[in-house]
Design a protein around this ligand. Structure first.
Ligand code: S3P
Length: 441
């Protein structure tokens, strides 16, 4: 990939002011991109994908399957062709599989590797190497998997093949789509029925895509079950734009007087639209137009015009539905009148960074009153100053803080931005096309 933003410690220097205007299409959905490679690889037949996210995380998944013998052509302009090898056609990779920064790759791939007849080692970068894996090791071990991690339950993971897996009934202790998906993917290889019950709804792309590949699932309320031993039939996949990437421009337009932005062809799966619900409660002017169904996923164009925002207590039921969007929502809160309170979001502490602490530090550095709590944050709306902040290598923090500059009174410099390329290659350029002023060094 020809990537102008490549280089380890990229710095974003963001000029204050301006507003966002125009129409854009954000890159493909990251969650769906991962799953398209996984299920396409394990299917019988050829899967054609379009709209694939050419970001480092999704490419890490693609490379992992190439390393396990799957022939994958592309990506070329988001188009990929996967020659599926069937559920039992993967081959042992030559060495450890490096999944970079991508928690989704590691947790989902672990589930299906538990059912292979070869051993594998999964590694990651510094951030991924400190993320909790016990949450998947526990249920997968109950199914019969043999997975070793560090003593602290972090990667590298050594997954032993030739284990007999048995279906389980698993009550997830946390609302995690990655854990749910990992168990369901292992369930494809298990004897009998595998069921997962979630404490609150989480993104359901795995379930939708399994159905799209002809695998039958039984969903009843919070519980989803499947029988092992079936097969996946190749299909074509059209991946919508990622609402998590669109969020930066949704918030940017909402907070900046004079803005009017339309985000074309964005996925609006009901398990992902917490950000729209939360911003509307804060007074944002967001319209969702041209709703349509593309391959089992709802898609729409989202128009946002600036408006006065006010602080709210974020409803608990919206938290899992907006879990990746909080760095940007915190910026909306900083620009709102009054206090915004987030609770029930302890999962933010184990994302690519501790997003509660890192965002509280970054907001404090630019003069915002942001008090971290164990499971959330209390933010007082007010003026945003200029300053220098550190994204701690977290893509979403880098992008959120760059959007904050639209309302700051002096430049904001953001360090350690290279990982923006994990989810949103070309972010700065797209933001600048809409009217922002970010220089990348
Ligand atoms: C994802 C699930 C979420 C989300 C992550 C992508 C997925 O993680 O934060 O960015 O694709 O399943 P959790 O399952 O840990 O909540």
């Amino acid at each position: 990939m020809n990537n102008p933003q490549q280089g380890k410690k990229l710095v974003f220097r963001c000029q204050p002011g301006g507003c966002l205007k125009g129409e854009i299409r954000v890159p493909g959905d990251k969650s769906i991109s991962h799953r398209s490679i996984m299920l396409g690889s394990l299917a019988e037949g050829t899967t054609h994908i379009k709209g694939f996210l050419e970001g480092e995380d999704a490419i890490a998944t693609l490379n992992a399957f190439r390393a396990m013998g799957v022939k994958i052509d592309g990506p070329v302009n988001g188009k990929i062709t996967v020659q599926g090898v069937g559920l039992h056609g993967l081959t042992k990779p030559q060495g450890p599989v490096d999944l970079g920064n991508s928690g989704t790759s590691m947790r989902l791939i672990s589930g299906l590797l538990a059912g292979q007849d070869f051993d594998t080692t999964l590694t990651g970068d510094k951030s991924l190497s400190s993320r909790p894996m016990k949450r998947i090791i526990d249920p997968l071990s109950q199914m019969g998997a043999d997975i070793e991690s560090t003593e602290g339950g972090t990667p590298p993971l050594r997954i032993k093949g030739t284990q007999t897996l048995n279906g389980i009934e698993y009550q997830m202790p946390m609302a995690s789509a990655q854990v749910k998906s990992s168990v369901l993917l292992a369930g494809l290889y298990a004897k009998g029925t595998t069921c997962v019950t979630e404490p609150a709804p989480t993104r359901d792309h795995t379930e939708r895509m399994l159905s799209g590949f002809g695998y039958s699932l039984d969903r009843q309320g919070a519980k989803v079950c499947l029988q092992g031993g079936g097969k996946l039939i190749a299909t074509d996949i059209d991946i919508p734009g990622d609402i998590s990437s669109a969020t930066f421009f949704i918030v940017g337009a909402a907070i900046t007087p004079g803005s009017d932005v339309t985000l074309m062809h964005v996925g609006i799966n009901p398990t992902r639209i917490g950000v729209i619900n939360i911003l509307r409660l804060m007074g944002a002017d967001i319209s969702v137009d041209n709703e349509r169904d593309i391959g089992g996923e709802p898609v729409a164009d989202i128009r946002v015009r600036s408006s006065d925002l006010h602080g709210i207590v974020i409803p608990l039921d919206q938290v899992p539905l907006a879990i990746d969007e909080f760095p940007a929502i915190f910026i909306a809160a900083a620009c709102a009148q009054g206090e915004t309170v987030l609770a029930g979001a302890e999962e933010l502490r184990v994302k690519e960074s501790d997003r509660i602490q890192v965002m509280a530090d970054a907001l404090t550095n630019v003069g915002v009153d942001a008090q971290p709590t164990p499971d959330g944050m209390v933010i007082q709306g007010g003026a945003i100053q200029g300053g220098e902040v550190d994204s701690r290598g977290d893509h979403r923090i880098a992008m959120a803080m760059s959007i904050a500059a639209l309302r700051s009174n002096a430049p904001i410099t953001i360090n350690d931005c290279a990982n923006v390329n994990t989810s949103f290659p070309g972010f700065a350029e797209k933001a600048n096309n809409l009217g922002h002023n970010i220089s990348v060094k």
